[in-house]
Design a protein around this ligand. Structure first.
Ligand SMILES: Cc1cc2nc3c(=O)[nH]c(=O)nc-3n(C[C@H](O)[C@H](O)[C@H](O)COP(=O)(O)OP(=O)(O)OC[C@H]3O[C@@H](n4cnc5c(N)ncnc54)[C@H](O)[C@@H]3O)c2cc1C
Length: 558
């Protein structure tokens, strides 16, 4: 079958002998990094992208795969139906220096996630983002992202949806309950009592995504270089001016410099990784910088008279996940875990021969997706995104996960320990009464919505448990509520954190107190979006790079 995944000149390995300098160094290769790196190189700047993990997709030289993919240029990361394997085996893939799951691999989360892909609702921007980042301001960047990566509701190359019984059962029930069918990314302003098929960023029956688009075009330019196995320890700076980054390669540590005066560094290492690099660079609250000072970094850390006091690590948030479970005799389960090593031969053949069949859909068979907006007594809209998937305690079960995103008031805190591991030390879930009320009402609305479905059994909550008792019975900690959609530790805003404000970066994504250090990834989100965030992060990256390219260099540097 024609593969979109033909081999390319892959990344270079981290090098301690390189003496090159770059106009821009971009740290990380997730959805926050790739549009920035592509557009900076498109504008003619020399760009070095540094990724600490190994290659993932076969296109970039990745090799991790089950035996039925041997002899193909596909890895476990390229086949949508194998994405669940991250829950079974994440060795050499997941970051080991965080207490939560994140991908430390080329592509970041976009190498390991389920590919769920949503055009944001207008309130996603309007409720929490600052001036210049409101819904009308974002439309050009939305169009850019969706023209390069349109996404699809029909990932199989024959246009069919496989094992749709779960979708059919729940969507028929919601229709009976008065909810409306939409095409999610055409009707992105309609997220209230609506449902849709699942949209993925997949293309050609494979993962595709930002690694197959933005990274592809960047890699074709002579002024773009990218390294894997390159862990950035800190930025090197004099006061507010960054001269380069210290990088740990397997062969030792080296410093890579940016172009004198006009060079810039963009950190896109994710909600945990970017906070960690800032702390190690002497940027953050004093209590955390003192922890770094006492760690193995201490002897070489920038001196305390150079520290920049910013609220790095505060404003931490993640979608609040609440799992409900139903069973219905029509639902058909598919064992994606078993398919990792031994897919039914018909399924592997149709995948390999024509990129068709169940393995083109993300495990574990998502759909429908549905939405509800609730306004508790505090008057603030809360957006709920629900995702149904065929998984649970019975072979006829579905899990219905509710995420609370846009409008949520609760926040937590990320800190670092003396081993330089990041820790979610204050849990961000449901520490606000309005947030709790919205989650409870949302559960109740769904129970009411599905009340007329004959043959449907409620497993969680049981039919005798009240929605409030059910929600309160689930611990409000990452172990029970985690959605892996972490945001917020380097909040963007106009209220400079050095003088009592809450923001770490300004509306050009520049770190306050510096003249050439930027952060662009999920960590700068002031508040959450309604749905799974990859599309929103790509849009933020497109928007940020336009701001960075338009930003004049400091007068002294011109
Ligand atoms: C299991 C899972 C499933 C998910 N499913 C979905 C989904 O279906 N849809 C969706 O929209 N979202 C999903 N998400 C969330 C989404 O993937 C993340 O929100 C997104 O990837 C975050 O993008 P980012 O660029 O901010 O950071 P990341 O994607 O985390 O990228 C950060 C990158 O920086 C690198 N890095 C970190 N530190 C350093 C350093 N010091 N030096 C060099 N490189 C460094 C990392 O290795 C990584 O490649 C999922 C997440 C997980 C974990």
């Amino acid at each position: 079958a024609p593969s979109i995944n033909e081999a390319r000149a892959g990344p270079a390995s981290c090098s301690t002998s390189s003496k090159d300098t770059y106009d821009y160094i971009v740290v990380g290769s997730g959805p926050g990094a790739l549009p920035v790196a592509d557009r900076l190189s498109e504008a003619g700047h020399s760009v070095l992208l540094l990724e600490k993990g190994p290659a993932s997709s076969g296109r970039w030289g990745g090799t991790m795969k089950p035996s039925w993919l041997s002899g193909t240029n596909l890895t476990r990361f390229d086949v949508p139906g194998l994405c669940n394997q991250i829950w079974a085996d994440r060795n050499g893939i997941a970051c080991t220096d965080y207490d939560q799951l994140a991908g430390c691999i080329l592509g970041g989360g976009a190498a390991i996630n389920s590919g769920l892909y949503w055009k944001p609702h207008p309130e996603d921007w309007n409720m929490s983002f600052p001036a210049g980042w409101k819904n009308p301001d974002m439309q050009e960047s939305v169009s850019k992202v969706f023209s390069r990566l349109p996404g699809t509701m029909y990932p199989s190359m024959d246009g069919k949806l496989y094992l749709p019984q779960g979708y059919n059962t729940i969507s028929a029930g919601l229709t009976q309950g008065g909810w409306t069918s939409i095409v999610a990314n055409d009707q992105n302003d309609q997220r209230n009592k609506t449902f849709s098929h699942t949209t993925y960023y997949f293309s050609g029956g494979e993962r595709g995504g930002p690694m197959a688009t933005y990274l592809l075009t960047a890699s074709q330019r002579k002024n773009f270089a990218f390294w894997t196995g390159a862990a950035v320890k800190r930025v090197v700076r004099t006061g507010g001016h960054v001269t380069g980054v210290e990088v740990e390669c397997s062969g030792g540590t080296t410093t890579i410099n940016v172009t004198p005066n006009t060079g810039r560094v963009v950190i896109s290492a994710g909600t945990f990784g970017s906070a960690k690099i800032l702390w190690r660079s002497g940027i953050g609250p004093k209590d955390q910088l003192n922890v770094v000072k006492q760690s193995g970094d201490g002897a070489t850390m920038v001196s305390s008279d150079q520290w920049i006091d910013l609220p790095v690590g505060y404003n931490l948030y993640d979608h609040v996940g609440t799992d409900l479970e139903i069973a219905h005799p029509n639902i058909v389960n598919y064992d994606f875990y078993a398919a990792y090593n031994r897919p039914a031969s018909g399924d592997s053949q149709s995948y390999l021969n024509g990129r068709t069949g169940i393995l083109t859909q993300a495990a574990p068979n998502f759909g429908p997706m549905f939405w509800d907006i609730i306004t508790p007594s505090d008057g603030i809209n809360r957006h709920l995104h629900w995702q149904a998937r065929v998984e649970g305690s019975r072979s006829t079960s579905m899990t219905l996960t509710q995420y609370l995103g846009t409008g949520s008031v609760s926040r937590g805190r990320l800190t670092i320990n003396s081993q330089l591991k990041t820790i979610v030390s204050t849990s961000p879930y449901l520490n606000n009464a309005g947030d709790v009320a919205a989650v409870v009402q949302g559960v109740q609305n769904l129970r009411d919505g599905l009340a007329k479905v004959s043959g449907l059994t409620w497993i969680r909550p049981s039919s005798s448990q009240s929605s409030a008792a059910f929600v309160n019975s689930i611990a409000a900690n990452p172990g029970s509520r985690n959605s892996n959609h972490w945001i917020g530790t380097n909040k963007m805003g106009t209220d400079d954190g050095r003088s009592g404000g809450t923001a770490v970066v300004d509306t050009d994504t520049k770190v306050y107190g510096t003249d050439n250090l930027f952060v662009v990834d999920a960590s700068i989100f002031p508040g959450h979006v309604t749905s799974n965030p990859t599309a929103a992060i790509l849009i933020v990256s497109e928007h940020a790079v336009s701001k960075i390219l338009a930003l004049p260099f400091p007068a002294a540097a011109a």
